[in-house]
Design a protein. Sequence first.
Length: 239
Amino acid sequence: MKLKKIDLVFIILLIGLTILAVDFLLNEAHREIIENISKYAPFHDLGSGLLITFWVCMIGNLLPVPTPYTFVVCFSSEPFQQMNIFIPLLIGFIASLGCLVGEMGGYLIGRGASEVISMERKENLKKYQQYLVDHPKLAPFLIYLFGLTPLNDDMITVPLGLIKYDVKKTIFWVWLGKLGLMLIFAYNLFNICIFLGAENWILSIVTLYFTVITVYIMLRVNIVELFKKIRKRKLLSND
């Protein structure tokens, strides 16, 4: 069976993560880097921390591959969580703006330059595009839902651009979803930051594996068809 580009990217990412995991396992000095990021001087200065957070979140959302950008929100917020309850709110807000700028890149690609998208990628996105055309009322909920996850949102923003969905609505719902996600990390709700480094590098690697595998499944599996089958079964069971 011939491998597609997405399969090759997936394999390369898994190999890279495995090499990184082995390196951390064998090299204690490298493990300390990821476990002590919050102790670095730039994260203890609010101004530089906010600047770093904005740029990392923007780049993380602009790249077409899964990027664990949320770690920066945890490390920027951690030194200030006990000092002032509103500082994590500010950090979450700035992070959400960075995410929004990055995400709108995907929307603009779909809106004004769809020809730069490969044929393979167009086929992957077509099912989402058609679903959005058939269910326009669900678009705000889907935008918010994708925004509320750390996964790459191109699967929703690019199809929205292709169907020329209202840019103001797209901006608002993407930002609202990202704000909710960033506040979860900024306030370390459910002790979620432990999965992004802190005292356990193993959890960080596991989280990266989970993110890459989840994005791959979402790109390879026809989620729209899956939803249709589930909905059809529910209708049949009700009858």
